[in-house]
Design a protein around this ligand. Structure first.
Ligand SMILES: [Zn+2]
Length: 89
C-alpha cells in the first residue's frame, strides 16, 4: 500500500465547502479535509494482473445494469487464452 495526499474531492482543495444549504457568500469548513484542502488516500500500485484459479472460461460482459441485461454474452475463450492477451468476440 502507498499513501499519498491529494486535493480534497469535496471542496476542490479549497478547505471550504459551499452547497445548497449555505447562503450566498458563506462557506463552511469542509468535513472531509477539515479545512486543510488535501486528504490522504491509500492505494495498491498495479504491478501486473493477478491470476485467478476459479475461472476457466471468459466471455464479454453484457453490462452491469440489470434492466438492460447482465452476465456473459457472445463467444467464449479459455482463461488461458485470455491470459495470453486474447479477447472474446
Ligand atoms: Zn475538503
Amino acid at each position: 500500500m502507498v499513501t499519498i495526499e491529494i486535493q480534497c474531492l469535496d471542496c476542490q482543495g479549497t478547505g471550504i465547502y459551499h452547497g445548497f444549504a449555505e447562503p450566498v457568500g458563506v462557506g463552511v469548513i469542509c468535513l472531509e479535509c477539515n479545512g486543510k484542502g488535501g486528504i490522504k488516500i491509500s492505494y495498491t500500485p498495479f504491478t501486473g494482473r493477478i491470476i485467478r484459479d476459479d475461472i476457466h472460461t471468459v466471455y464479454r460482459s453484457r453490462g452491469n445494469f440489470i434492466p438492460t441485461g447482465i452476465g456473459p454474452i457472445g463467444n467464449s475463450i479459455t482463461y488461458q487464452d485470455f491470459l495470453k492477451g486474447k479477447k472474446p468476440k
